[in-house]
Ligand binder design. Structure first.
Ligand SMILES: Nc1ncnc2c1ncn2[C@@H]1O[C@H](COP(=O)(O)OP(=O)(O)OP(=O)(O)O)[C@@H](O)[C@H]1O
Length: 303
């Protein structure tokens, strides 16, 4: 097996707060791996260590056999940081050219590369546009394009579809799926549904610890889903209470007044009942609670 990422006993603290604890896992060539976990679980910290932006306090992280962040990985590993931004003063093309030049391309080759990666995310027309003239979704797609400059063999994407509408999110998933034959991916997201469609491996982080590390064949297929439509704008309070329920794997706000929960019925066979009991105990009214596929899956993957 060709390991692309090997982490052994990785640990990281910020001051007195332990953010990652004794994290050990391996990803193989061709894997599309999901990194999931609640807010503050340590996903971005792990990404930052893998990218070489942060050093672990102890343990090892290696990529293609080299220490994370080492110069041997230059051009082989690319990342989309969670809050990637473009400079509003320059055009998208100029900024992508700059990243291409940093990778050693000539001006002409960098311009061709900028066009190629913008075409991947359907932004060919926006080459000359400044970032400020693009919608949030377009800026996000341009940032994803930046991660594909050159020929990276591993791409780390932190929340690649956050803030995108369902159609744009679908385009990004299709792009990842199309490229996954040539490139290995590690993707962090709160949207477990998209990860289920894309990923063959799941890393579940909670409080800086790896709770599950397994193939999606054996993990996500065991998961069940609930969509909870609320009567009022009290999703934050309800989410906080539901996150305490045993068996919960992920919870996200799919849209205003709609929460989507995934859970492992092997950990809690009566999870749906527990949700109803929690709502009743707090006097929270809801409009609808459904089991199964999301609207997005029904709309875009009717088969
Ligand atoms: N530079 C820092 N200094 C101090 N604490 C930090 C720093 N970066 C992250 N943390 C803390 O480390 C913990 C993990 O943060 P991290 O951003 O890795 O979580 P996450 O899983 O990516 O969260 P989210 O899903 O909200 O993006 C949090 O408690 C956060 O407050």
């Amino acid at each position: 097996m060709n390991a692309i990422i090997q982490c052994q006993q990785l640990a990281k603290r910020f001051g007195s707060k332990t953010v990652l604890q004794q994290l050990s896992f391996e990803l193989q060539q061709g894997d599309v791996a999901a990194l999931i976990g609640p807010n503050g679980a340590g996903k971005t910290t792990l990404f930052s260590i893998l990218c070489g932006y942060l050093r672990p306090d102890s343990g090892n992280a290696s990529i293609f056999g080299h220490k994370a962040g080492s110069s041997a990985l230059f051009g082989k590993v690319a990342a989309l940081p969670q809050d990637a931004q473009f400079d509003p003063a320059f055009s998208i093309g100029e900024q992508l050219d700059f990243y291409g030049r940093l990778q050693g391309l000539s001006s002409k080759a960098a311009r061709e590369e900028s066009k190629r990666v913008l075409a991947l995310v359907d932004l060919t027309e926006q080459l000359q546009h400044k970032a400020g003239a693009l919608s949030h979704g377009m800026r996000k797609r341009a940032a994803i394009a930046q991660a594909f400059i050159g020929t990276p063999r591993l791409v780390l994407l932190d929340e690649p579809t956050a803030g995108l509408d369902p159609v744009n999110a679908l385009h990004i998933r299709q792009l990842i799926s199309r490229l996954s034959g040539e490139v290995s991916f590690m993707i962090s997201s709160h949207n477990i549904f998209e990860l289920e469609q894309l990923c063959n491996k799941v890393l579940y982080l909670e409080n800086g610890q790896l709770k599950q590390h397994s193939s999606s064949d054996t993990t996500t297929q065991q998961l069940q889903y609930l969509t909870l439509q609320l009567e009022q704008d009290n999703s934050e309070a309800i989410s906080a209470a539901l996150r305490q329920l045993p068996g919960l794997i992920d919870l996200h706000c799919a849209q205003r007044r709609e929460l989507v929960l995934s859970y492992n019925p092997q950990h809690n066979a009566d999870f749906d009942l527990a949700v109803l009991q929690c709502l009743a105990a707090n006097g929270w009214r809801y409009r609808n609670l459904t089991k199964g596929q999301t609207l997005e899956q029904k709309l875009f993957n009717p088969a």
